[in-house]
Design a protein around this ligand. Structure first.
Ligand SMILES: O=P(O)(O)OC[C@H]1O[C@](O)(COP(=O)(O)O)[C@@H](O)[C@@H]1O
Length: 325
């Protein structure tokens, strides 16, 4: 084992990852507020890919921009890195919240997670029902199968506050009408977000800063795995269940090794072993500032963490070699 490793991945990779999300975030941020989701996403993908290919890893994208035939770059199965170094699995979303970036709204991120080969859930690009809370609560405080009211009440009890002081983050979608009604009936507040549930889950880890105690509802499965990787590093509880509601989706999932379509995945089943996670703000958000373009420098704000050491770093960088970007 290398001297600087703490069981698992080489810790030098942690800081290397920052460059990857920084580059993707800057590329996407140049297209903030232009109303062009595709262009912003493509810019982020290109930038992330070129930076990833400098990393000393033999990486395989397992959560990416889609299947090979539908995504020209960073598709599931694509090999990245210089090819020498540890064999790792990579989950990425070069621009999480394409619509929020196009509209210049809060909490668009460039996101990546790296884990030892075989440690991330190979989730197809379907929906996932999720529930997540931050660290410091007894195990089992929330349960995906419990009614929403029970989860909110248990969380309030564990936090030692009345239910009216709990805020749930939920994606603003018609499919959540019943969930929203049930949560509101408890007296808890809801922060409805237009997009970006990786940020929504991460925000539960710092309720004092973000005002969010719990994430609930159905979002993307790839985003679920990325959020789980983040929570493995910061701490917290999360469960996810893939929404495999057609024969076609069940067959796709089977090809990825998923045999029980109704399984509830724990945090550890979505991201095992040593995990590295980095996210850079594209637009301003509750935890991360967006990219700032100055006359002589570009500033980025990144959170980068590692599960085996539970170190969470925030890196505010000033980039003065603008030719690189
Ligand atoms: O918009 P839908 O179909 O409800 O999907 C929800 C998913 O879309 C997002 O809001 C944004 O995803 P994109 O960045 O791919 O646009 C995710 O954060 C979330 O998991």
């Amino acid at each position: 084992m290398p001297k600087n490793s703490q069981a698992g991945l080489d810790r030098i990779l942690t800081l290397e990852l920052v460059r990857v999300t920084e580059r993707a975030a800057v590329a996407a941020a140049r297209l903030r507020g232009r109303g062009d989701e595709k262009a912003a996403d493509q810019a982020a993908v290109d930038a992330m890919r070129s930076e990833l290919n400098r990393l000393p890893i033999a990486g395989t994208v397992v959560i990416g921009e889609g299947e090979r035939d539908e995504a020209p770059m960073l598709y599931i199965g694509e090999e990245v890195g210089v090819g020498e170094g540890p064999a790792v699995d990579i989950a990425l979303d070069p621009l999480e919240g394409t619509t929020i970036c196009a509209k210049n709204l809060p909490n668009a991120l460039a996101v990546i997670a790296i884990a030892e080969r075989g440690s991330l859930l190979y989730a197809p690009d379907v929906y996932m029902e999720k529930i997540a809370i931050g660290p410091g609560y007894p195990p089992g405080t929330v349960d995906l199968d419990a009614p929403a009211a029970e989860n909110i009440e248990n969380l309030a009890k564990a936090k030692g506050v009345p239910v009216s002081e709990i805020t749930a983050c939920i994606l603003d979608r018609p499919r959540h009408a019943r969930l929203i009604e049930d949560v509101r009936a408890t007296g808890a507040a809801i922060r409805l977000i237009g997009d970006g549930d990786v940020a929504g889950v991460i925000h539960t880890t710092d309720p004092d800063e973000t005002g969010i105690d719990i994430y609930m509802g159905i979002g993307g499965a790839p985003e679920g795995v990325l959020a789980a990787a983040a929570l493995r590093c910061i701490g917290g509880q999360m469960q996810g269940r893939l929404q495999l509601n057609t024969e076609e989706k069940i067959a796709r999932a089977e090809k990825m090794g998923i045999t029980d379509p109704k399984k509830i995945y724990s945090l550890e089943e979505m991201a095992r072993g040593d995990v590295l996670f980095a996210a850079t703000g594209v637009t301003d958000g509750n935890l991360l500032s967006g990219v700032k373009f100055g006359r002589e420098s570009i500033q980025t704000h990144t959170i980068v963490m590692r599960s085996s050491s539970r170190t969470v770093r925030e890196i505010k960088a000033k980039h003065q070699d603008l030719d690189k970007f």
